[in-house]
Design a protein around this ligand. Sequence first.
Ligand code: FAD
Ligand code: SF4
Ligand code: SF4
Length: 495
Amino acid sequence: MSHITPEALAEAAHRELDAILKKTAPLTPKERIAIPVQDMPTQDPEVRRKNVQEVALGYTPEQARLESMRCLQCRNAPCVQGCPVRIDIPGFLKAAAAGDFLGACAVIKKNSLLPAVCGRVCPQEVQCQEHCTVGKSLKSVDKAVSIGRVERYVADLERDSGKAVSPVIKPATGKKVAVIGSGPASVTVAADVRREGHQVVMFEAFHKPGGVLVYGIPEFRLPKAIVQKEIDALLAMGVEIKTNFVIGRTRKLKALIEEDGFDAVFIGTGAGLPKFMNIEGENLVGVFAANEYLTRANLMKAYDFGRADTPIYRAGRVAILGGGNVAMDAARTAVRLGAAEVHVIYRRTEVEMPARVEEIAHAKEEGVIFHLLENVSRVMGDENGCVKAVECLRYELGEPDASGRRRPVEIKGSEFIRDVEAVIVAIGNDSNPLIPRTTEGLKTTKWGNIIVDETGKTSIDGVYAGGDIVLGAATVILAMGEGRRAAASINERLK
Ligand code: FAD
Ligand code: SF4
Ligand code: SF4
């Protein structure tokens, strides 16, 4: 598909909105459904392959209004049921359709702390937008109201307007809460607990706060300046952030309660432990976990050749193993680091790929090559111990497995060799094990996820947990929802 320029999209929206505003009668449902879906303006794929700037450029005001006008204001609002934090979606779309973008943002902010982030990275097509009546009547989820895009627009506008209202902090209570980790779950807890007047100290293992939002999701999908603004807002609220501080190593969790006087602790340490394939050759030079590769590129700015000190392994041909968002991020990062060929190798078909449809489409536009129904059986090295190829096997789909997806079955004798110089393993992450291992009495599942009750409380009194450390690798909005629940319990406890 050829690239439609942002100027062409803006021009079309301008004309369309002009025509609608000339009408005197309110729009009928039929007229609303007839408004074309507003495509997201993007950088030209040929240009963006060579830079790390954001791919999606955001709506114009006219596009944001038109897209909001597509909403039918359904009385039962099925979209709200699909949003883990239950944003009043028709409410904010109504304000945006009328051009009251700040009012729209205020509606969203009642339930979500990070709308500029969620508007960008939420898997909307399987959350709010999946349930949208407009998408259902047009028989395509792609034609649902683009709730996330409007959310992003109004959040960006509010941030850039300088009119964002700082939350009111209640008088100091003298109570102290430790928040471990600084991803979306922890950011939510810190803000919600601080608002009640409790002192909050956040401990982060890395040198920068933000969790996966800064070290995992690349700049071209989520600009780091946006995350930094949210962190600045926490600091302005009086939250103290201690970076380079690893709980379980720098200080044990129980010491926070027994020696440092914290009245409650929240654990939001995420799922940062990469899984490997456990195949021959995985220890060769040139094999990376996607997390390490992305951390070097994002957090340590390795893409900024010549200016950043971080070394990164640059290879002409790169194989990415996996089919999720992490695999797409690694593949598209490899493109930007100058790889001539990037091969995504995935055992199932595109239908089963867990990555967002939009990310797969963007990766294809940027020249990433997909090899479906294929898997790597070993990594092969040269005389210096560096990757020179992967041995692959072809697969076919069998019966559905426990996840409901059809099981990939290898085709015996189908081995063949694919020449590559780097392999990035992106087959998932497990929970970080350090805190459970160093905290007596903290109960986990057999997969290492911390067990909590319906209030977010762990097996230790005064200790709460949420986000990926509880759910396993999940999503930003689910982590925020968990954070909100745990913060409410902490606030209740400290009343
Ligand atoms: P995290 O964001 O993982 O933050 C945990 C923080 O805790 C980290 O900063 C870590 O350094 C710190 N920490 C760990 N152990 C300790 C310790 N012992 N002491 C102190 N600090 C510690 N979700 C989406 O919704 N959309 C997407 O498009 C998307 N893309 C993704 C792409 C990538 C590459 C990855 C890895 C994930 C993606 N996700 C996406 C998932 C999403 O980012 C996570 O579900 C979410 O960030 C989890 O939030 P969290 O607060 O639980 O933990
Ligand atoms: Fe949809 Fe995510 Fe926004 Fe909820 S937070 S309305 S799921 S984009
Ligand atoms: Fe609007 Fe769709 Fe929600 Fe109905 S389901 S209120 S059309 S966004």
